[in-house]
Write a protein of this length. Structure first.
Length: 93
C-alpha cells in the first residue's frame, strides 16, 4: 500500500512539472518561489492602491513633478546599468 502511495505521489509531481512546462524539480521549486514573490508584490501594490484611494481627492500633476519623476527613474536606471557592469544583481523594488 505504501509503495502505491509513493508511485501515485511521484506521478502527480511529474504531471505538475509537465503542466508547468518545467524540466526538473528544482525548476518547479524556483517557479513556486517566484510565484509567491509575485503574490507578495501584488499584495503590496493592492495595499498602496487602497491607500491612494482613501487618501482624499487627487490633485493634478505639475510639469515639474513629471520631470522630477523622470529624472528619478533615469537615475535609478543608470545605477542599475552601472551595477550590472560590476556584476551585481538586479535590484528588487
Amino acid at each position: 500500500m505504501n509503495m502505491e502511495r509513493k508511485i501515485a505521489h511521484r506521478v502527480h509531481r511529474v504531471d505538475k512539472l509537465k503542466a508547468a512546462e518545467l524540466r526538473s524539480a528544482s525548476e518547479y521549486i524556483r517557479f513556486l518561489i517566484q510565484k509567491e514573490q509575485l503574490k507578495d508584490l501584488r499584495d503590496e501594490i493592492d495595499k498602496l492602491l487602497l491607500k491612494a484611494q482613501t487618501s482624499g481627492p487627487g490633485t493634478p500633476m505639475t510639469l515639474q513633478e513629471w520631470k522630477d519623476i523622470e529624472q528619478e527613474g533615469l537615475a535609478l536606471l543608470a545605477q542599475e546599468r552601472k551595477d550590472a557592469r560590476k556584476g551585481h544583481q538586479k535590484r528588487r523594488w
